[in-house]
Design a protein around this ligand. Structure first.
Ligand SMILES: CCCCCCC[C@H](O)CC(=O)SCCNC(=O)CCNC(=O)[C@H](O)C(C)(C)COP(=O)([O-])OP(=O)([O-])OC[C@H]1O[C@@H](n2cnc3c(N)ncnc32)[C@H](O)[C@@H]1OP(=O)([O-])[O-]
Ligand SMILES: NC(=O)c1ccc[n+]([C@@H]2O[C@H](COP(=O)([O-])OP(=O)(O)OC[C@H]3O[C@@H](n4cnc5c(N)ncnc54)[C@H](O)[C@@H]3O)[C@@H](O)[C@H]2O)c1
Length: 719
């Protein structure tokens, strides 16, 4: 797992060999320890280079080992032994040096990086801190403020930035291993006294307390309840205030708390889940590894409203030629300007040229005749979409994939409007489409595996986390959102306030509570959908039937606000008040509170005290219950798919691992018991009735989340 060879006569070359990312597994660590001993005891070796095979230095500790009984030599003494060596050791960094990989490099006396390499202490993203000396060495090398920034965010830096910060000594466009060998030859025999980072004093601003107080405040605000960033600050503080050996003790102490935390488990689950969703499968048996995607060179977007503009930008930024079609003159002119502006801002951020020439605009749908794939993003109106799909089916060349960005409509019905329904899939982007990472790829019963594979591959190229899901109203994300939103309204009716509900959800870790989110996206969007569903009855009707629609409990609160023109941020009023239309800071609105009181009086509701726990249980368990139904229906292949959709599309706090992982942490029996309790209390809310799959999982002993897929398969075969 680490090969030793002697090159250029006197350089000991140690190559990490643990594909795919040369993670520091027990065997890899043993390999390094043995190879270093060999290099140091070989009198012909005057200096040493450590590199990784296959163009990647090292992806850090082996995350798969966490949570198991870890054996093999520990990292800290291994890195100390390298640093203490009296022969110079040079790290040759290609590809990535992340987490323990960068810590290994920091234990070396010199670092040579390829210009395309990326470096980072990424542990915080896994709920940990750099515990192989990273929190103690990095601040000594680059100073406290820069180290804090890197360690608390886990961000990747380019080789150029690493050189500027002083993390690496040399950057090369040539073969980094060859350059490192040359470098090692040039430093052989030189004193290493000034090259052992652990012996450096920690350069620190004079007012350490003020600096750390300020940083801690900022980190707490952005952490949304995550504990690892806080521990990272504490560890760096130890570097700034304690001698190295005591700082190392503090690093280990803090790591010990994080290592076994539920948050670390959740974040590591997310890491693997994000990769697992790429290995999609369909109920037909079609799979990612047996379905060949087709290359897409030219794509079209139909409808340049909020979504179409973002999608066109994202496609052009991927390097595709794009035909952008908009029929309304005003929208057409506005979209052209906005799309160019979005591309220019994006290019400025990345220091690249805006891909303006990649997009051609047209007001005529005939312009899409020669594209390989179309993404339709016209109004959410089935009759209009039917017409567009009929047109596309006749206009487009043979084999063009036809995709819809619908939020909830029946993809299979749209497919039935075309000559080749197997070419139709949903590509459900999230707003703003050029920024949000999530893409739901929706397959209908007739979608071909090739169409799904092509949409998944295109999503990946666009930098999205793509999840393949089945076709149903709202697919996965929006289907689960409905009971969550409704519970929030019911809580208001019963005595809660938007501030209380949002406060509970934000404390849980959501970036925005449900009412702030609703103000941001616009109350009119849901109003239109409910009108289409025949649920909206104008006016403030009284009597029990006013709050029962289509046989189940219904809250008209959102409709009543819309009737008042309160659409949220865009109108300056919604669940909160804003300084002016378009302002973003929500303020307490006395009008809303009197309105709620009046509403309760009119309906004979006596407001009761509702606590944060009830808010969380009702909103989250309703959403989770729908998640179980989605698994039961086979709409999502496994809990990872649902969790990744919620983490990337709905700001579910990543350190809680997604709704299904969260349910497993709470305990399925407890979730079931609370759902039963709330269903008894609210029998007119059918979706509070615990789903069969949840009952069966509990009956079968509540298997851990990674065993659900298997358990579901087994339960299905018993039916
Ligand atoms: C008491 C204990 C004391 C501990 C001491 C602390 C030490 C240290 O401070 C802690 C760490 O280093 S924490 C670690 C800090 N390190 C990080 O945070 C880096 C995490 N890794 C990455 O960011 C990316 O994988 C790379 C950018 C390295 C490659 O990206 P790419 O080219 O797009 O490829 P990809 O698709 O992403 O991965 C390919 C396959 O490799 C798999 N795998 C990957 N890394 C793994 C790992 N470390 N391990 C295991 N497996 C790992 C991945 O699951 C996938 O498997 P699959 O079965 O095929 O699905
Ligand atoms: N807005 C969101 O947050 C969001 C998120 C995900 C999905 N969606 C879905 O994306 C789709 C578009 O939503 P939006 O918010 O961008 O709507 P929008 O109202 O902002 O834009 C729709 C655009 O389509 C144009 N259009 C209408 N008929 C057309 C035709 N025949 N040919 C070409 N252009 C036509 C309209 O002029 C308008 O510019 C909807 O299906 C919606 O449900 C929206």
């Amino acid at each position: 797992m680490a090969q030793f060879t002697r090159v250029s006569r006197s350089v000991g070359l140690i190559t990490l060999q643990n594909p795919p990312v040369n993670a520091l597994s027990a065997v890899a660590r043993q390999g390094i320890v043995d190879a270093v001993k060999r290099a140091l005891s070989d009198p012909k070796v005057k200096s040493v280079v450590i590199c990784g095979q296959n163009g990647i230095f090292c992806g850090g500790a082996d995350i798969k080992e966490f949570g198991t009984n870890i054996t093999g030599p520990p990292l800290v003494p291994m890195i100390h032994a390298i640093e203490a060596s009296n022969k110079p050791v040079v790290a040759a960094i290609e590809g990535s040096a992340f987490g323990g990989g960068l810590e290994l490099a920091l234990g070396c006396h010199y670092r040579v990086a390829h210009s395309k390499a990326k470096l980072g202490l990424t542990e915080v993203t896994l709920g940990l801190l750099p515990a192989a000396g990273g929190t103690q060495r990095l601040p000594r090398l680059i100073g406290v403020p820069a180290a804090l920034n890197l360690i608390t965010t886990g961000r990747h830096v380019t080789a150029a930035e690493a050189l500027q910060l002083g993390i690496v000594d040399q950057v090369t466009d040539h073969n980094a291993v060859d350059e490192a060998v040359k470098f090692a030859l040039s430093v052989a025999g030189k004193s290493l006294d000034a090259r052992r980072i652990s012996t450096y004093p920690c350069p620190c601003p004079s007012d350490v307390d003020a600096l750390f107080e300020e940083v801690m405040q900022k980190v707490r605000q952005s952490a949304r309840g995550a504990i690892a960033p806080i521990a990272c600050v504490q560890a760096v503080r130890a570097a700034a205030t304690l001698p190295y050996s005591q700082g190392m003790e503090r690093e280990q102490e803090l790591m010990a708390t994080l290592f076994t935390s539920g948050q670390a488990r959740a974040l590591q689950y997310c890491f693997f889940a994000q990769r697992a969703v790429g290995r999609w499968s369909m109920p037909s048996g079609a799979r990612w590894d047996t379905s060949k995607p087709r290359s897409i060179h030219k794509a079209a977007v139909i409808g340049l409203g909020t979504m179409g503009r973002g999608i066109a930008v994202a496609l052009a930024q991927t390097g595709l030629s794009v035909v952008a079609v908009e029929t309304q003159e005003k929208q057409f002119m506005e979209a052209k300007k906005m799309v160019s502006g979005m591309m220019e801002r994006g290019a400025k951020r990345h220091g690249t040229a805006p891909p303006l020439d990649k997009i051609t605009y047209s007001q005529n749908i005939q312009a899409v005749a020669d594209v390989d794939l179309v993404i339709e993003a016209v109004f959410e109106d089935m009759a209009l979409k039917e017409k567009v799909f009929q047109q596309l089916s006749t206009i487009c060349k043979q084999g063009t994939f036809l995709c819809t960005n619908t939020s909830a409509l029946d993809v299979d019905h749209l497919a039935s409007q075309t000559r080749n329904p197997e070419l139709v899939v949903g590509m459900h982007f999230f707003a703003p489409a050029h920024v949000m990472k999530l893409l739901e790829v929706v397959y209908g019963p007739r979608s071909s595996p090739q169409a799904v594979a092509t949409a998944m591959q295109l999503g990946k190229k666009m930098g999205k986390v793509s999840v393949a899901v089945g076709n149903c109203r709202g697919f996965v994300g929006n289907r689960m959102l409905k009971p969550y939103l409704e519970q929030a309204l019911f809580l208001l009716e019963e005595g809660a306030t938007p501030e209380l509900v949002d406060g509970a959800l934000e404390e849980f870790g959501f970036a925005l509570g449900v009412f702030k989110m609703s103000d941001l996206s616009g109350l009119d969007v849901g109003w239109k959908v409910r009108k289409g569903d025949g649920l909206v009855e104008p006016g403030l009707a009284s009597g029990p039937s006013a709050r029962i629609r289509q046989g189940r409990r219904y809250s008209p609160l959102g409709d009543l606000l819309c009737e008042q023109g309160r659409f949220g941020q865009k109108t300056g009023q919604g669940w909160y008040r804003y300084d002016k239309p378009g302002s973003r800071v929500p303020r307490y609105d006395p009008w809303l509170h009197s309105f709620l009181e009046e509403y309760r009086t009119q309906h004979g509701i006596v407001a009761r005290r509702i606590d944060q726990q009830e808010v969380l249980e009702r909103c989250l368990y309703a959403l989770i219950n729908e998640g179980f139904r989605i698994l039961e229906d086979g709409i999502a292949a496994g809990p990872e798919d649902i969790d990744i959709i919620y983490v990337f599309g709905y700001s579910w706090p990543r350190h809680r691992g997604g709704p299904m992982f969260y349910a497993s942490m709470v305990g399925l029996a407890k979730v079931l018991e609370r759902l039963e309790h709330y269903h008894q209390a609210h029998p007119d809310v059918p979706y509070m009735q615990p789903c069969n799959l949840l009952r069966r999982l509990v009956a079968s002993g509540s298997p851990p989340v990674h065993k659900w897929k298997e358990a579901i398969k087994k339960l299905r075969s018993q039916l």
